[in-house]
Design a protein around this ligand. Structure first.
Ligand code: FDA
Length: 395
């Protein structure tokens, strides 16, 4: 290789997303010479589309319980050492106005571009080279020196430390690739099976027919999959179900299990039918449900579940059913619509303090490519910042 095209650094970072840029900033601040190699024509593309263009950049209530992983303890150390308050300080230092939307979720008042600008300015201040349009094609490791060589763009890059921050499989349209997992396989690092998470559900057959024309109707519910429940809004779509409550439980759902919906948490929906001399029939029940639910949804549920007779027992059963309505998704809308990828590089192979592979000194994995997946609400960026900072302070 022509020496003009061979670039030596202390640290190479693959991927200029949230995690890679944070790792670069922390390492650059420590005086390391850092290059970030990014295949897209500009850095932080997923940040730009996040949070509806306003980037839900963290969550005030971040706790280890907000993350899924085969090892539920793994994320604790990094999350404790880079907290939401640390990123908020950075946001404030850059004069970016923000607000809490709901449930601790912090969004930019302006646009997600401000977060990308913040990261790029911090990179420049820390002397980091960010190289867009530089797709990484190959990674090699010299067994004797332990140094890494990366073939990317029209050059080769070498460094004793390599940080893989190439993200997950969600939104292939935006260029998501499995490259990070390929590197893990190359170095015999185990991978927890990947699956789409924070994804809408599809319905099929009779359930699809029953609800499809309610597309656009939403209601605040408690949605449950397995042992996890989320109290948020649910939305009917042409293909099935979406909205925050559904996206949250999709991360826990296992095909072919049913999910449960409580259509009116803590409300006794049919109370008015139990009064002395009250009318007891389908019309009275619909009127009762319409007090709490959108009219079309109330009617649809009653059409599906009205009993033949209106005894006390039948009312009890209907009330119970309305608080634990079962639906069986036919699947999710897949990586095309999933906000994140669950599973990924096994945490059993990584140090929880530094994200370095135990079996391959100098090789680090951070961000979404790792088997740590946040709930909806700013937790995935908090993981990207925290795991990026952990690696950036160690390389
Ligand atoms: P990320 O995917 O951001 O970056 C990886 C980078 O690596 C990419 O830039 C990619 O081009 C690059 N790359 C891949 N292969 C490469 C190769 N071979 N060579 C060089 N570069 C390569 N989370 C949250 O907390 N709040 C929110 O508001 C949202 N909103 C949101 C909306 C939508 C529509 C989606 C799809 C996702 C979200 N998320 C979110 C999730 C969040 O965007 C996600 O968890 C983080 O971006 C993950 O950051 P990473 O840096 O790990 O990967």
């Amino acid at each position: 290789m022509d020496s003009a095209n061979l670039h030596s650094h202390d640290v190479l970072i693959l991927g200029a997303g949230a995690a890679g840029l944070m790792a670069a900033i922390e390492a650059g601040r420590r005086g390391r010479s850092v290059a970030v190699l990014e295949r897209a024509e500009r850095p932080g593309k997923k940040i730009l589309i996040s949070g509806g263009g306003r980037c839900n950049f963290t969550n005030l209530h971040t706790r280890p319980d907000n993350f899924l992983s085969a090892n539920s303890h793994f994320a604790k150390s990094a999350l404790a050492r880079y907290a939401p308050a640390d990123f908020i300080r950075l946001v404030e230092r850059h004069g970016i106005a923000y607000h809490e939307k709901t449930l601790g979720q912090l969004f930019c008042d302006g646009s997600a571009q401000q977060i990308v600008n913040l990261l790029m300015r911090e990179c420049a201040d820390a002397g980091v080279r960010v190289l867009p349009s530089t797709a990484v094609r190959e990674v090699r490791r010299d067994d004797s020196s332990g140094a890494f060589t990366v073939v990317a763009g029209s050059g080769e890059f070498t460094a004793p430390a390599l940080v893989v921050a190439t993200g997950g499989l969600s939104i292939p349209k935006m260029g998501a690739t499995g490259f990070g997992y390929d590197i893990a396989r190359q170095f015999q690092i185990p991978i927890e099976q990947c699956r789409p998470a924070l994804a809408p559900f599809t319905l099929a057959g009779a359930e699809h027919a029953r609800f499809a024309d309610l597309a656009g109707v939403s209601a605040p519910v408690i949605a449950t999959a397995g042992k996890r429940s989320f109290r948020e809004k649910m939305l009917f779509t042409h293909r099935g179900l979406s909205g925050p409550a559904i996206l949250q439980i999709s991360s826990y759902w296992k095909r072919p299990e049913a999910i449960r919906i409580d259509w009116a948490p803590e409300q006794e929906l049919l109370a008015s039918l139990r009064a002395a001399n009250a009318r007891r029939d389908s019309a009275a029940a619909k009127a009762a449900l319409r007090m709490w639910l959108p009219v079309r949804l109330a009617d649809r549920l009653l059409d599906a579940a009205a009993p033949n007779s209106w005894t006390n027992r039948a009312l009890d059963e209907l009330e119970l059913r309305l608080h634990a309505w079962t639906l069986t998704p036919s699947g999710t809308e897949g990586y095309e619509k999933a906000e994140v990828t669950a599973g990924g590089v096994s945490t059993s192979a990584l140090s929880a303090q530094t994200m370095e592979c135990r079996s391959v000194p100098g090789l680090y994995f951070i961000g979404e490519v790792v088997d740590v997946t946040g709930h909806l609400g700013g937790f995935n960026f908090q993981w990207a910042w925290a795991s990026g900072a952990a690696a950036g302070r160690a390389v």
